[in-house]
Design a protein around this ligand. Structure first.
Ligand code: EPU
Length: 444
């Protein structure tokens, strides 16, 4: 397994562009199952999760042209309905083939995703949505078998759970309802920008979806969907991660394709801490803005609580924890989406961070300099936080198991090196001690 060797303490400066959103692309790709027409997606990032989704779609009878950048997809075989455990276990987002497959093929067999490195990740809301639309759900040998021989029928579905709505659950129900008979109302729908992006694609394909971006979606089912050409939105989590990289190195970084409009909660916290995110261009198209990120010499502690969109995203919690290690005084971070998502805490502590965790809350006593150390990545965003810590630490940091990072950031080391970082990718077998291969844990 590859690792990163990072020489800390270098100030980042320059310009980079934010790539297309992973979490938008995955359900957009699955939506190709909803039609016999050709779906073209542009701005697709080059990530292992995208390759895994492509592999799954091929197994489900989709002809794929291209791996990233621009990809074209078309269904050529409707008979395959099984998303096998082999793939599902590497990527939880495989679940987003459920709604599209059920809508067109009236049957979907999906290996039940297990837990992940940051806790149990149930799919009860997805299944509740399918049942409300008239499907039957059974569990057979570790597979969820969902069938609707008579087709799906529009209804009212409530998608709220103990931690708010569900992003991929909303995507699934939206795809299924787009081809159901009659009107479906999804109440307590996820408001994430990735859900909006999917609704835009489905509407281009001929669906009738109103209200995306708000908690109530109204979907009038249509007989069939057609071809479409769509450009994926920029990745707000990648954008936020690189903005933190600028801040922790006291840098001066310009980020193009910054989805400003869906990052207001993040920008609000940056302002509070003393990191400036200045809109340089794109006020007329704020999902594709250019911003300049700089910071004050003395950062201020703050309070962060993760919430469903438009609240502060759980996928930036770990990166902000690293940033708050620099802010003199006590910051409080509360994780309200995944209360166990703290795999980075023990590793940051190895670098000298003063973090006290109790349940879903951490107190970060910032202002103590971090020192380079060997640390181990446990999931995608935890890995990002460790790379950020390596950038600001004194000396050398080695982050192992960075295959997690390759799931969600395209060649992160090259992007950061363009800005003046010094990160070396150490290939497996080239002398890194203490590595034993383990299978990729599904987390996204
Ligand atoms: N939940 C339930 N029941 C369900 C589904 C979810 O109780 O049936 C709970 C979850 O346990 C969690 C909350 O609801 O507490 C929200 O989960 P959600 O279903 O929204 O998560 P997801 O759709 O599986 C997506 C992203 C995650 C991101 C979450 C939350 C993709 C591919 N994944 O997951 O991204 O953390 O939304 O915003 O879109 C990542 O990119 O690192 C990542 C983990």
């Amino acid at each position: 397994m590859d690792s990163f060797r990072i020489q800390g303490g270098r100030r980042l400066a320059g310009t980079i562009q934010v790539e297309g959103s992973k979490n938008s692309t995955l359900p957009l790709m699955a939506a190709a199952l909803c039609t016999d027409g050709e779906i073209t997606l542009r701005n697709v990032p080059c990530l292992s999760d995208i390759s895994n989704m492509a592999r799954l779609l091929r197994e489900l009878g989709v002809d794929m042209d291209g791996d990233c950048g621009t990809i074209k997809m078309r269904v050529v075989d409707q008979n395959q309905v099984h998303a096998r455990y082999d793939i599902v276990k590497t990527m939880r987002a495989s679940i987003c083939v459920l709604g599209p497959m059920l809508a067109r093929r009236r049957r979907a067999v999906i290996a039940m995703p297990g837990g992940c490195s940051f806790g149990s990740r149930p799919i009860d809301l997805h299944l509740r949505g399918m049942q409300a639309l008239g499907a039957k759900v059974e569990l057979n040998g570790g597979d969820i078998v969902v069938t609707a021989p008579e087709g799906l029928k529009g209804t009212t579905v409530f998608l709220g759970g103990p931690f708010g709505s569900t992003v991929l659950g909303t995507a699934n129900v939206m795809c299924a309802a787009a081809l159901a008979k009659g009107r479906t109302i999804i109440e307590c729908a996820a408001c994430e920008p990735e859900v909006v992006d999917l609704a835009i694609l489905l509407n281009k394909m001929g669906a009738k979806i109103q209200g995306a971006g708000g908690p109530r979606l109204v979907i009038d089912g249509v007989e069939s969907l057609g071809s479409a050409d769509h450009t994926v939105i920029p990745d707000r989590i990648v954008a936020g991660t690189y903005a933190v990289a600028a801040a922790v190195t006291n840098g001066d970084v310009t980020l193009e394709e910054f989805p400003y409009d869906c990052m207001l909660s993040v920008i609000d916290r940056f302002n509070e801490i003393g990191v400036h995110v200045e809109l340089v261009a794109g006020a007329e198209d704020p999902m594709h803005a250019t911003v300049r990120v700089t910071s004050e010499r003395i950062l201020r502690p703050t309070t962060i609580t993760t919430q469903p969109h438009p609240g502060f995203p759980t996928d930036l919690q770990a990166q902000f924890m690293t940033l708050l290690c620099l802010a003199g005084g006590n910051s409080i971070i509360t994780e309200k989406i995944y209360p166990e998502r703290f795999g980075h805490v023990a590793e940051l502590s190895r670098m000298g961070a003063q973090i006290y965790r109790q349940g879903p809350t951490c107190v970060v006593s910032g202002g103590v300099p971090l020192r380079g150390a060997p640390v181990m990545a446990s999931d995608l965003r935890a890995s990002a936080s460790l790379v950020l810590a390596g950038l600001m630490a004194e000396g050398e940091t080695e982050v192992s198991r960075i295959y997690h990072l390759d799931r969600g950031y395209t060649r992160m080391e090259e992007q950061l090196n363009l800005l003046g970082a010094r990160i070396e990718r150490v290939r497996e077998g080239s002398g890194v001690a203490g590595e034993t291969p383990v299978p990729a844990a599904a987390e996204a």
